[in-house]
Design a protein around this ligand. Structure first.
Ligand SMILES: C[S@@+](CC[C@H](N)C(=O)[O-])C[C@H]1O[C@@H](n2cnc3c(N)ncnc32)[C@H](O)[C@@H]1O
Length: 283
């Protein structure tokens, strides 16, 4: 697959189109411009779940004086943090970052514009959010505009956590994930859980083309029980082309899901996995 920095997809991995070149820009404009025609929408579906779960986790008395932090895994430009802690919708973000006003700005101007925008919309129930993503520019932007309290770029698929990330994980009580299930494995979760010092909850929206079993088992090894309603799916985005659709239909069938009215209708669908400490009764 050819790579284009101005448009199109940037490759294929395991049959799914990749968008690597929009993950490491100095600001989120290319990300939203590229994903808008594909109607990438999973952060919108996750928003109410992450808000409710963060509130429940914050209300849990775990004996620590400070509220637990949320760690948004594969956080990119801080989209889930924006939707969690601000009166903002994903549609607002698409409109903002693809607007003609935004196109005229330098990254520095956009940063200043965003800082004010998010500060004005900050919710009274905002919780601390840490972000982890291998893209330095993306997390730097999210941190600069105030979406992330702290940002990390450790690639836990390849290296152990830095001491700084290790210390931060001791404050985390909830891990959230959208759009990252194709990039990370149980290895990342095992590392994160090994450093947890407070009860850890995990809420993840993961494509039906991917088996969550290895991650579920890794979480179970740390005492977390995972629930998922396989009848309830959440659309992630339109397919880039018929090749990608064929791949997705085959992949979901291989995992015993029915693609009718879902992948066959033209979009990737996700399942929602919620893990909390408890006995593993699944097997
Ligand atoms: C599709 S984006 C999802 C961004 C955001 N969560 C959303 O839903 O809009 C996937 C992100 O995963 C990040 N990523 C890829 N490999 C990773 C890894 N090993 N650890 C952490 N993040 C990774 C990429 O840099 C990219 O920002």
């Amino acid at each position: 697959m050819t790579e284009s920095r101005s448009g199109g997809i940037s490759g294929v991995a395991g049959g799914k189109s990749r968008f690597d070149d929009i993950y490491d820009r100095p600001d989120p404009r290319a990300y939203f411009a590229r994903l808008a025609p594909l109607q990438y929408e999973i952060p919108h579906h996750a928003q109410p779940d992450f808000r409710q779960t963060a509130a429940e986790r914050t209300a849990l008395d775990d004996g620590h004086p400070r509220p637990p932090a949320v760690l948004d895994l594969c956080c990119s430009y801080g989209i889930n943090a924006a939707l969690l802690n601000h009166d903002v919708t994903l549609a607002d973000m698409y409109q903002r970052y693809t607007s003609s006003t935004a196109q005229t700005m330098s990254t520095a101007e956009l940063t200043a514009w965003d800082k004010e925008f998010y500060a004005e919309r900050r919710r009274s129930d905002a919780v601390p959010v840490f972000g982890l993503d291998v893209s330095g520019p993306a997390v730097a932007y999210a941190h600069a505009v105030g979406l992330l309290d702290v940002a990390f770029t450790d690639n836990l698929e390849q290296v152990p956590p830095s001491p700084r990330l290790g210390r931060a994980l001791a404050q985390v009580g909830l891990i959230t994930l959208t759009g990252g299930g194709s990039y990370i494995t149980a290895r990342t979760f095992t590392t994160l859980l090994a450093k947890a010092r407070r009860p850890m909850w995990v809420n993840a929206f993961v494509l039906r083309t991917i088996s969550y079993d290895p991650i579920e088992q890794a979480l179970a090894a740390h005492g977390l029980r995972t629930t998922c309603d396989p009848s309830r799916t959440y659309p992630q985005r339109r397919f880039t082309d018929t090749r990608e659709q064929r791949y997705a239909i085959e992949a979901v069938r291989a995992l015993s899901h029915d693609p009718a009215d879902r992948e066959q209708a033209g979009r990737f669908h996700t399942l929602h996995y919620a893990s909390r400490p408890g006995p593993d009764t699944s097997r």
